[in-house]
Design a protein around this ligand. Sequence first.
Ligand code: ADP
Ligand code: ADP
Length: 234
Amino acid sequence: MIKLNDVTVRFGDTIALQPTSLAFHRGQFTVLLGASGAGKSTLLRCLNLMQMPGAGSIEVEGLGPLRSGAALRAHRRNTGMVFQQHQLIARRTALQNVITGRVGHYTSLRSLFPLPHRDQEIALHCLERVGLLHKALARIDQLSGGQQQRVGIARALAQQPRLMLADEPVASLDPATADKVLALLQRVCKEDGISAVVSLHQVELAKRYADRVIGLAHGRVVFDVAPDALTAER
Ligand code: ADP
Ligand code: ADP
């Protein structure tokens, strides 16, 4: 559903991404594995064109090459993002944060007006799916790290995306919580048929949850395999 054709990214003398061609398929849960600096974030940022490639092109099924502003906006609307530091608004409730996935930034001005019912219902349903309906009215800074990241997943889901991009979504969590949060992310993507590209540095988690594992090193794809082909040294 999304194709990179010879995409290259440089920052001055650093080549963050060597000419890379990859196709990501509908409904697949793909993990990017690699050491820090390998180019994982750069590749993820290319996938929603937060990073414009220095060379090459990106094509999205149904939208063609992402050149026009309209195609780019449509692709971004269809793309949910989950971050390592979740980027939630700490002093607002879980529900308010999830609603931003539907209506953009939840400003204090907006809180003066009733939100459309449908947006509220979808946001509540997304919180329910991540097991946090009972925390809908709790402020983000009152939640545990695992709960915060589950709200981050709910916010991305509220956008009803076709593609989910997650940059080290479990890197700040302890191993047991990381496993649970990644399992949740994989399950909701599968349930909704959302394609996902998720960067990780834990081989074990990739083995357990990925359909496909792409290894990156020094801005290059060094392997592209099914998870059961992953060996301990990778
Ligand atoms: P990873 O996500 O695997 O840690 P990155 O994609 O963040 O890797 O980085 C790949 C390379 O690009 C690294 O050498 C990094 O220092 C460099 N890089 C990334 N972003 C920038 C930037 N905004 N300016 C300069 N260099 C950058
Ligand atoms: P944590 O702080 O470890 O992220 P919580 O303390 O919020 O998790 O968990 C509260 C309850 O919610 C527990 O009984 C847990 O099993 C349950 N729970 C956690 N995740 C989910 C989920 N995705 N769906 C349903 N219930 C969940």
